[in-house]
Design a protein around this ligand. Sequence first.
Ligand code: DAH
Length: 351
Amino acid sequence: MDLASVSADLAALRQRALAAVADADDLKELEAAETAFVGRKQGALTAVLRGIGALPAEDRPRVGAIANEVREAVEEAIAERRARLAAIALEVRLAAERVDVTLPGRPLRRGSLHPLVETTREIARIFGQFGFVVYESPEVETDSLNFQALNIPADHPARDLWDTLYVDAPTNDGDRLLLRTHTSPGQMRVMRQTRPPIRALLPGRCFRHEAVDASHGFEFFQVEGLMVDEGTTMAHLRGLLDEFAHALFGAGRPTRFRPGYYPFTEPSVAFDIQCVVCDGGGCPACGRSGWMTILGAGMVHPVVLRNGGIDPEVYQGFAFGMGIDRIAMLRYGINDIRYFLENDARFLEQF
Ligand code: DAH
């Protein structure tokens, strides 16, 4: 070991180190080179310096000076390379994030209300003018509220009117859960939670075990109306529904009551409007009768009032229930109920 060979080693080390630094394509490679050449513990430079003790004492300062010079040169190259890599990374990122602010904007497509929502809001708006307030009621209902409290006992033949989907889940009190077959159980919830005078509107989704076709869905929408007050009569019901039909289908539209049957009303009626397709002449849409039934209604049965905690000797009420899908189909000339829930944009975009 002599001065000349150590100097040559250091010169070679310097060259290799600078080459490795220049070749480093990323921070990881750069740090590997740093550790390999100028790392304090394992670096090649440290290894050379360890051998310095074998040199004559007068040569050592010279070698130390060269070694320092090599370390400084390599560290400077590393610092430069590190800055350069950072600049490259920034350029790459900026290129990726580049935005051409001169491009025209992407158009935001304007949405619209679903025809069932729009129709529900219009119905609520009209009844709202008569003081009716919108309430919500659950879609998963109990047998007792969907049927029993509405004067439809278990095993009563009237249950055949509603093909029911039951929910297979236990309850605390042995009541059976089901998907509500109509919005009428909402009547019971409103009566039990508020006091007369009541003017309630209850829109929502209902479910029946139906064979699906153009006019029947197993999911459909109804809106229930309930008015309870002193001195409420069938004439109020008739007048209110007339106003409603005229607001929705035009002022001159003839209407009529027909006798009907529902267990929760007495008397019960069907409310018809003159066919909006043929104006009464008779066509396939109205079964050639010239009339279309748009809802069922009646005076709330005293048993139902009592179940709602209301004294039928003091208060009377009327109720009605209407299919929103059918109303929307009439308003927009839609001929198949299945369009509503298919979520086909070609259908929905038309509203
Ligand atoms: N709940 C009945 C049905 O789904 C509709 C109905 C009829 C509701 C008469 C009423 C009513 O409130 O009074 O077929």
